[in-house]
Structures are given as C-alpha cells and as structure tokens.
Design a protein around this ligand. Structure first.
Ligand SMILES: [Zn+2]
Length: 337
C-alpha cells in the first residue's frame, strides 16, 4: 500500500528537514528509515541528512492535510539553501529550487559545490545547551540548520563549542534517522576543541552564517559585493596608490592575523592554507574576480576579516530596482587584533 502520513510533527525553528523526518520516525517507534517510510521510494532522497535534499514534491504529497509545509517553505526554512543564495545567480537559485523539488540531478554540479573541499571537511554537529533548552521549550531535541553550516564550530546562540558526530560512525549509519539526544549519537560525538583566542572570531562567523540563513537574501550583485570588500580593504590600508591595487604583502599579513586566531583544523585548515608572504588564492580571487562560484564561508571569513556586514549588502542587478535599493553600505562590526 502506498505510504501516506496520518500525522506529522510541526517543524521547529531552524530545524533541518532531516530532523523533522527523524522526529516523525521516532514517533513511529524508532530511527529506521525503512520502518517509518515503507513503500515510498523517494524517502531515500528526502530523508538524507544533506545540504540539498531532493524529491520534495513527493514528500509534500505524503503530508496530511493541514500540514503547514509547502515545498517552498521546506526549502526556505528547513534546508540551508538560503545560506548559499546570496552567492548564486538567479538562474542557479531557480535551478536549485526545481531540482530539490524533483530528482536533484546535477544540482551540486550546477551550484559549483561538488568540487568544494570545504563541504568535505564539514561535519554533523549540535549544541548541548541548545539541546537542553529545546527539550524544555518544545519537548524535543532536534538538529539545527545553523550548526550544520561549514565553519560553524561554536553555537551562535550560546557561544559554546559544538559537539561533532564522528564522521565514520555517521556514514556507516547514514540510513538511520538519528536525533542529537539518541544515546548512540551522544556516544559517538565529541566536543570541538578550540583555543580561547578563537572564540570571538568563530562566534562572529557563526552569527554571520545564521544571519544569512534567517534573512533569506536574494542573490547579491557580485560586482557590488567585490566593490564593497575592496572599499573596506582600501579603508584598512590593504591597497596601494590611487588605482587601489591590492597590497598583497599587507593583505597576506592581515589574513595571517585572522587565521592565527582560528583553529588550524577542519574547514579552516583548507582556507588558511596560503603560499608564504602571499594571501591564499581564494582571497585574491574574491577581491579581483566577481564570480559566483565561491563557497559562502569564504565570503563570510573575508567579510569578517574586513569588517563588512554582508547582510546590509542586499543589492539587485534588476533594472527595475530603484537606485536607492541598490546602494550598499558597509559597517565595521569588529576587527581582528
Ligand atoms: Zn546553542
């Protein structure tokens, strides 16, 4: 018999889709995908704990009447696509939405995320303080989107370091639907260890990452984005002369200062890797070539290093947009020592 949900838990704030479905499976009596979603071939796609789950049209069909979850709502509120959106094109966004509703074909490739080593270094994480608060507040522990974002090692709400689930255990059990308070998850996770000096920067990166998720920005103009970053680089004395060419030596020293305060592990070991006396290639690329193919974490780290608030940079290339809307401003939100 074809599967149809007779009930479905209400999705919680910042909850991943995988988490809502894991809570559904628990209410059905366990964490087995097979038991909870018998008879539905698409379930293997929409239940996966990935950045871009697909077959969402199939999932929406299964939901009981009155469930407050459309495909669009699922994508915007319960996947991490809004985090990527400012750095994609309108066309890429349209493709992503269509692809996630459907079979997900070519999605990662089109978004340029397939080749990203940053995604490979990212882990499944949760915040013990959030977990306890969620149990008290909403009666359930759940996976938060923001904790799963690359480079988010501390909780934006609590400022504490997150717990990371052992990746080899997780991949061996990826067909199961676990929640962060499961005994097995607790037994196979450990607190991320970072030096005290890293907390202020990591907390800023976590807050900026969360901001991108919650603001649900449209794609940003890459030209305006680059101009804003360059302007702050010039204000910080990282350019030379009237033509404002990058001073690579000073830029390298500035970025070294940033990375010295960050852990030399996980995503940051990849981003911090640079030739001696020169900035990492991705830093100069972001400042020189306005293209849409860079990972959001690179923009977030560079914006944090230069004190640019990406959230205030909402800009549209559309001719109908009023000039005033297109203006961007940057604010200094904190500097590195
Ligand atoms: Zn927390």
């Amino acid at each position: 018999m074809e599967l149809k949900f007779h009930f479905f838990p209400a999705a919680l704030p910042d909850e991943t889709l995988h988490s809502v479905l894991s809570r559904y499976a628990r209410l059905c009596g366990g964490h087995s995908r097979k038991a909870a979603f018998t008879g539905n071939r698409a379930a293997v796609s929409f239940t996966q704990n990935v950045a871009f789950p697909c077959r969402l049209d199939d999932l929406a069909e299964l939901l009981p009447p009155g469930t407050d979850l459309s495909v669009s709502k699922i994508i915007t509120r319960h996947t991490v696509l809004p985090y990527y959106a400012p750095f994609l094109t309108d066309e890429q966004m349209q493709h992503a939405r269509t692809s996630m509703a459907g079979d997900g074909k070519w999605l990662m490739l089109k978004l340029g995320i397939n080749a990203s080593r940053i995604e490979g270094a990212s882990r499944v994480r949760f915040c013990p303080a959030c977990l306890n608060e969620d149990v008290v507040r909403v009666g359930a522990a759940y996976w938060h989107r923001v904790h799963q974002l690359p480079g988010v090692l501390v909780c934006p709400h609590h400022g504490d370091s997150l717990r990371t689930v052992d990746p080899s255990w997780y991949s061996r059990n990826s067909w199961q639907l676990h929640l962060p308070d499961d005994a097995e998850v607790q037994a196979h996770s450990h607190q991320v260890t970072v030096g005290l000096e890293a907390f202020p920067t990591l907390h800023q990166i976590a807050l900026r990452s969360m901001q991108l998720l919650t603001l649900d920005l449209d794609p940003l103009s890459p030209i305006a984005l680059r101009a804003c970053l360059m302007r702050r680089a010039a204000e910080s004395g990282l350019t030379r002369g009237k033509s404002q060419r990058l001073d690579l030596c000073r830029l390298a020293a500035h970025m070294d200062g940033v990375f010295n305060a960050l852990p030399a592990a996980w995503e940051y070991s990849i981003l911090g890797d640079s030739p001696s006396d020169l900035p990492a290639t991705w830093v100069t690329k972001l400042l020189r070539r306005p293209r849409h193919t860079h990972h959001p974490l690179k923009y977030i780290v560079l914006a944090t290093a230069l004190g640019v608030d990406l959230a205030l940079l909402q800009c549209s290339d559309k001719p109908s947009t009023q000039a005033v809307k297109c203006g961007f401003r940057s604010i200094v939100t904190g500097r590195f020592g």
